[in-house]
Design a protein around this ligand. Structure first.
Ligand SMILES: [Zn+2]
Length: 110
């Protein structure tokens, strides 16, 4: 499966945990092999961290929050032109594949 979502895209969560549904955020990581993405402020998880020493620095204990990955099928790309969640088609232009919004036909790549 070709991954049509890239780092830096804005996506909308269309399914998954109720608290995340409808959220929009920037893709901060794409994991193509797992078919998963990490989206800013979506699927927030907490981890308790005990005091650790790393390279001479002491990290204070506490709770750290981080984004967990979600399945790529749970998000939809938000078109920067029409700002609606949309499907994209891949087209070839000058030997490069470009993504095109199926709603407004805008070219999504910069
Ligand atoms: Zn569009």
């Amino acid at each position: 499966m070709r991954v049509k979502i890239r780092k830096g895209d804005t996506v909308e969560v269309i399914s998954g945990r109720r608290i995340d549904k409808g959220k929009r955020g920037e893709v901060i990581k794409v994991l193509p092999k797992q078919g998963r993405v990490v989206v800013q402020d979506v699927n927030m998880r907490r981890k308790h961290q005990s005091q650790v020493q790393t390279q001479g620095r002491t990290m204070s204990p506490g709770i750290i929050e981080f984004e967990g990955s979600i399945d790529i099928s749970n998000v939809m790309l938000v078109c920067p032109k029409c700002s609606e969640p949309t499907r994209v088609s891949l087209q070839r232009q000058d030997g490069e594949s470009i993504r095109v919004c199926k709603r407004c036909e805008a070219i999504i790549d910069n």
